[in-house]
Ligand binder design. Structure first.
Ligand SMILES: [Fe+2]
Ligand SMILES: [Fe+2]
Length: 142
């Protein structure tokens, strides 16, 4: 069955809410992480926030171009206290986001928006890289 414009706008808005929630989560974690062990995680999160802002910018513009209204409600993620818990949550969310972007790229392909398809595939790749970088840091934690 063909993908409708409304279906596409709906899933892109869910993606946008998660991006906004991730920007808030990483900003909060980066501010609260302390100590030597946390230093590299903090640096990584500050860098990744820039990627997530780029994803959110793209999604909001595309939703408007499709005739929708971009959400301003972030998805609310749980707050974690330890470095390990933060990394575990972030890895889980990044992997899920990567899979979702790949699935949504297939929807965009069916809809016939090839710019969106390629951008979502690139974003799937960005999220996978984010997950891999944090997996390396988590494996280095004692
Ligand atoms: Fe993202
Ligand atoms: Fe990410």
């Amino acid at each position: 069955m063909a993908v409708s414009r409304e279906q596409l706008i709906k899933v892109l808005n869910e993606d946008l809410a998660k991006e906004l929630g991730t920007i808030i989560r990483y900003n909060d974690q980066a501010a609260r992480i302390k100590g030597l062990k946390g230093h590299e995680v903090r640096e990584l999160l500050v860098m990744e926030i820039q990627d997530e802002v780029g994803h959110a910018r793209y999604l909001a513009d595309k939703i408007v171009m499709l005739g929708g209204e971009p959400t301003i409600e972030p998805y609310k993620f749980p707050r974690k206290e330890t470095l390990r818990e933060m990394l575990e949550l972030n890895i889980e969310v990044e992997l899920a986001d990567s899979k979702a972007y790949y699935d949504h790229a297939r929807m965009a392909e069916e809809f016939g928006d090839y710019d969106l398809m390629v951008q979502l595939e690139n974003m799937a790749s960005d999220e996978r890289r984010h997950a891999d970088q944090m997996i390396r840091l988590l494996e280095g934690l004692e």
